[in-house]
Design a protein around this ligand. Sequence first.
Ligand code: URA
Length: 408
Amino acid sequence: MIKDIIHKKRIGEELTEEEMREVFLGYLEGKVPDYQMSSLLMAICINGMTEEETFILTDLFLNSGDILSFSHIPGIKVDKHSTGGVGDKTTLILVPIVASCGIPVIKMSGRGLGYTGGTIDKLESIPGYRTDLSKQEIQSQVEKVGAVMIGQTGELCPLDKKIYALRDVSGTTDSIPLIAASIMSKKIAGGADKILIDIKVGSGAFMKTEEEAQKLSDIMIQIGKKYGKETRTIISSMSAPLGRAVGNALEVLEAISILDGREQGPLYELCIDLASSMVSMGKEISYEEAKILVLDAIDSKRAYHKLLEIIAAQGGRIDVLSVSPYQVEITAPVSGVIQKIDALEVAKLSCQLGAGRLSKEEEIDYGVGVYLHKLVGDSVQKGEKLFTIYQKDRTPLNYDISHIFEII
Ligand code: URA
């Protein structure tokens, strides 16, 4: 009986494969109601899952939908995933770098649900950009340009989708085994040969401590091994937003400014690190050798031109990308050094401006968001510009921005 399975997990015992199949596949088929699944998920959050249970759950997620294969496209396909961050536009920067190092990239991304837009929302801020290429179009663009950046094709892991929606409303998102099974099943179903995971740690992330991030890393690597997919991880900070821009069109412009050499800093450093790992995996060379290729792709502007080529190939008109003309500048109330920029607070602000969606039906406003003129560690004088808010109109903003920055 389902309630016995829930009780078994509640007292911290390991579930068998048969029990897991009964409860999870029963949920997918509508035989197990939300209240029983929520109860089980809460028991998992509190008592965890063994490695074996996590493998079984990954397998149930994976086999609940389509499993893609791009084996007809030559080369090792390396996929990258971030566990979620504020202002995370790394995909827009990495894909052209890796492609211009000669590695084919088929990057499938999602829309954002939460305070900020996802990679697909960012790409769709470019007028004309198509994210829904056919199988034939994907293949011919990878052959011609070397990369595609598209939305998800096929129905991957519908069981994870149903469970994730329930986790979102039942306070059960931040469980290491649930996150590991959820992300790894989708990456494996997406047809990658090798997988790189950027695990975010900090106030704006699921993982609040390095120790938790390390545990997530360990289990993800084990899952990858089980499916014969080499998996590497990078643990990176998400206490402040990543880069300067949070908001869809603003983030595309920031990605371009990194690739054409106008901008450096922590976002640039993270992208070099991630791209070097991807190139190392894709070319089966050392990280150090890969880093030389990556830096050359950026310095020579090959990666910059590759991004423009990918956008144009997918119908995007980067020349008409626009941000909102309604801008409000926020200045520093005191002089000092920036100690903290709260990622979560910046995300909430940008969502209130219209850059994110809290339900699937909400429309995103691509031109709004926040641009940070100062980053953590910068000095600032009283009255100097701290950040610019891009609003959709002139209506005064009803949001307390005092807790975003800490200046001492
Ligand atoms: N992203 C996912 O796809 N699943 C999780 O559980 C967390 C982040």
